[in-house]
Design a protein around this ligand. Structure first.
Ligand SMILES: [Fe+2]
Length: 370
């Protein structure tokens, strides 16, 4: 565990230690679950984005990637367009019993493709967390070969051209999602203590107070994506975006072409993140929910210590277009104002943190934007 270099700057600074003995260690992020008023529209968007239908009923839509997860996206027909929860998996059947016993739930049969058993939990903000084991993996789908690049140091293509077909990029898996929570410490500790998530990079205010953390699965020596869940302080419980892996930069760019041609709303990209290093491109579904295509992310094993960084706009990307103002939704809606006023009565310190966070995220990300 590395130390927080911002500690010296303020008395309120703390570190974010790993959980000493998590209840279990989750080994995979399986799916994101949304409620959608129009499943046909949701399906069209997700196919254009690069997912494939795994199963479909009148009220449920299950979409998959090319990997072995039976589904990576679930949409349930309902009145609202809202985020419902996530699916994780654990390596052992006993893990489900342990979770059910310690967190007050029970082991049940899972209803989606793949079957198996599941424990239904809620995180501290009420987000549903479905923990699976024993599902039957799907047969992976054939992945189109990556484009080979000529380079000054290597010639791989002579008398041949580079003209990939204009079609949605194949999504290989659900890589990560970003959860916003009004109580960062409580939420991030819950995920670390229940499932063994370990911090990869911790985002702090200028005085060193952590307000966000990229966390990854603890798979021991086996490398794991830099982040599977990014927990960040926000004005309300929400999912900022869900992110899906594609094979390479060309697939990210091809995704942009297809989604542009279909007139969906672009959010940000193409660029390369700083923390996690992914090449990214963000698009909004018909309800405004951000979905990210990414490629070439960092992989850390369990030995890699946490990094500590200032939370600001500039730290979100190494290169790419300027971060659009509407990418991070900091609008003060009547509902949010009401929540902040209620919070101001019972927890002034947290309101101060929220204001400091908002200020930190509204500073321009690049000097030419000042
Ligand atoms: Fe992301």
């Amino acid at each position: 565990m590395s130390t927080n270099p911002l500690l010296k700057n303020g008395p309120g600074s703390i570190e974010l230690p790993r959980s000493a003995s998590p209840v279990v260690k989750a080994n995979q992020l399986l799916y994101a679950h949304f409620e959608r008023p129009d499943l046909e529209k949701a399906e069209r968007y997700l196919i254009d984005f690069g997912l494939e239908v795994a199963a479909r009923t009148e009220s449920e839509l299950f979409m998959r990637g090319t990997g072995s997860a039976p589904y990576i996206y679930r949409a349930t027909r309902g009145r609202n367009a809202r985020f419902l929860g996530i699916g994780l998996s654990v390596p052992k059947a006993e893990d489900l019993e342990t979770l059910a016993g310690k967190l007050g739930s029970r082991v049940e049969g899972a209803d989606g493709p793949g079957g198996g058993s599941v424990v239904h939990l809620r995180d501290p903000e009420g987000v549903a967390v479905h923990v699976h084991h024993g599902f039957i993996p799907s047969e992976p789908l054939p992945v189109r070969p990556q484009i080979l690049h000529n380079a000054p140091s290597q010639t791989v293509r002579v008398n041949d051209t580079q003209r990939p077909k204009l079609e949605p990029p194949q999504v290989t898996k659900l890589g990560h999602l970003v959860l916003e929570t009004p109580d960062f410490n409580r939420s991030v500790r819950w995920y670390m203590d229940a499932f063994g998530f370990i911090p990869s990079d911790v985002m702090c205010l200028a005085d060193g107070t952590p307000v966000g953390s990229f966390t990854r699965l603890d798979r021991g020596n086996e490398p794991s994506d830099h982040h599977t869940i990014f927990v960040a302080m926000g004005m309300e419980s929400n999912v900022d975006h869900v992110a899906f892996e594609v094979v390479d930069l060309d697939a990210v760019e091809m995704g942009q072409q297809v989604l542009m041609a279909k007139r969906y709303r672009h959010a940000w990209g193409v660029g390369r993140h700083l923390l996690g290093s992914q090449i990214f491109d963000y698009w909004r579904d018909p309800w405004g929910q951000k979905h990210e295509h990414y490629a070439d992310g960092d992989l850390f094993d369990a030995a890699q210590p946490a990094g500590y960084h200032l939370m600001d706009r500039g730290g979100l990307y190494q290169w790419g277009p300027d971060l659009p103002d509407d990418f991070i939704d900091t609008r003060m809606t009547p509902g949010r104002l009401w929540r902040v006023l209620k919070l101001a009565i019972k927890d002034k310190a947290r309101v101060k943190l929220l204001v400091a966070l908002k200020n930190s995220m509204t500073n321009p990300g690049r000097h030419w934007q000042r």
